[in-house]
Write a protein that binds this ligand. Structure first.
Ligand code: S3P
Length: 434
């Protein structure tokens, strides 16, 4: 059933919004714990449908997962992909690209047949990027639409050939799939990553005792190897925090603090951009948890100015671009986003959907082949009948924009926010101050 969210304007954002655990780290923590040789305990796990998909997939593959609370689990690992159970039925990856792509790498090492499927959005997303390199490991893979899309059929084997592969598009999901397959390979897998992407998989493999190294653009993992089990507290999700950071930045006089936020430098590009646009961003407290930096971050809203984002900026803020586009639309002076064509291959065509939604609020924006052009100076913002387009990140961006409108906005199909941030609405109501 569709849910409609009513968003009233606010003057500023104040307080400490509670964030779900980092989604990327949560997927990886579950997968590595499932492959480990023993029991792991994970706390601060991400909420949302995407993580449900990974949890359910692991259960179907024979991994025992017990819920201790809503965000804490124990996982009994099977001791390597070759000990996973051949699933009796296709695995529904729901809306989650990370589940589908990372699992493809994992089950390449399962000597049996696995079928991965997903919802209508996920079935449209490109899968050739994992099919082609995984075939070189000796696993056999077939996909719908000439090996480009889900459902994906994978006949794995217990021992894979080690890969040497250069990523044609910057993608942490593809890199991670290949590194996870590397755990079942006989020898050293080498991935070349010309543009750096989030490096959680590498950090977490090392924390689990796996020989995984980075030299310049080259990442290696030595197989065969089984991760060690361990306990992990997952930091707050920077991509969820970005909603409140942008909310604070667009409302001068705002002051929010994001506690125990993940501060991995491959994820915090949006904080640097907001600071360059004129927001006050301060890291109050820094720590490290198993190689992942975390900290408390204060963001204060002041006037924003426009700026240009180019191809090298994109991987470090790929999921935050819809929110940053909102800041750019309201900033003084023009902004451009270039080199972001990958946004067309996410849960929706984010360039097209963002353009449509910003225009509904009366904001000027032009869609280009690989980005957006925003003249800025968008206030006053007209309230709108807005839409998530079935995409949680579009929904978050629209909801934040709506707080700057001159009247009440109705956001249709707001249930999609639950993909990554089920408690968003309550947190927004707590911090958006009339
Ligand atoms: C993710 C990588 C990114 C990102 C996605 C999560 C990950 O996707 O957009 O939300 O956890 O590895 P790509 O690897 O396709 O860029």
């Amino acid at each position: 059933m569709g849910r409609t969210l009513e968003i009233t304007p606010c003057r500023r954002f104040r307080g400490e919004p509670r964030l779900p655990g980092d989604k990327s780290i949560s997927h990886r923590a579950l997968l590595l714990a499932g492959l480990a040789d023993g029991t792991s305990r994970i706390t601060g796990l991400a909420a949302g449908w995407d993580l449900l998909a990974t949890r359910e997939a692991l259960r179907r593959l024979g991994v025992a997962i017990d819920l201790i609370s809503e965000s804490a689990v124990t996982v009994v690992g099977v001791g390597g992909a070759s000990h996973l159970r051949e699933p009796e039925e296709p695995i529904p990856c729901l809306n989650s690209g990370t589940t589908a792509r990372l699992l493809a790498g994992v089950v390449a090492g399962l000597p049996g047949l696995t079928v991965l499927s997903g919802d209508a959005s996920l079935r449209r997303r490109p899968m050739r990027r994992v099919i082609e390199p995984l075939r070189e490991t000796g696993a056999r893979l077939w996909g719908r639409a000439q090996d480009t899309c889900l459902p994906l059929c994978i006949q794995g084997q217990a021992r894979l050939r080690p890969l040497s592969y250069r990523l044609p598009v910057p993608s942490a999901q593809v890199k991670s799939a290949l590194l996870l397959a590397g755990l079942a390979a006989d020898g050293v897998t080498t991935i070349e990553e010309p543009v750096p992407t989030r490096d959680h998989t590498e950090t977490m493999l090392r924390a689990a005792g796996i020989d995984c190294q980075r030299t310049g653009p080259l990442i290696t993992v030595s197989g065969p190897a089984v991760p060690q089990p361990g306990d992990r507290a997952i930091p707050g999700d920077p991509s969820a925090g970005a909603a409140f950071a942008v909310g604070a930045a667009i409302h001068p006089g705002s002051h929010i603090v994001l506690r125990r936020l993940g501060l991995n430098p491959t994820r915090t590009g949006f904080l640097d951009i907001l600071a360059r646009m004129g927001a006050a961003v301060e890291v109050l407290e820094r720590a490290e948890a198993k190689g992942e930096p975390v900290g408390d971050v204060a963001i204060k809203g002041r006037g924003l100015r426009g700026l240009d984002l180019g191809p090298a900026d994109i991987p470090g803020l790929i999921d935050e671009i819809p929110l940053l586009a909102v800041a750019m639309a309201l900033a003084e002076g023009p902004s451009t986003i270039r080199g972001a064509e990958e946004l067309r291959r996410k849960e929706s065509d984010r360039l097209a959907c963002l353009t449509r939604e910003l225009q509904r609020f009366g904001l000027a924006v032009t869609e280009t082949a690989d980005g957006l052009t925003l003249p800025g100076g968008g206030r006053p913002v007209a309230p709108a009948f807005a839409d998530t387009h079935g995409d949680h990140r579009i929904g978050l961006a629209v909801a934040i924009l709506a707080t700057a409108a001159t009247g009440t906005t109705l956001l249709r199909d707001a249930q999609w926010l639950d993909v990554s941030f089920p408690g968003f609405e309550a947190e927004l109501r707590r911090v958006a101050t009339p």
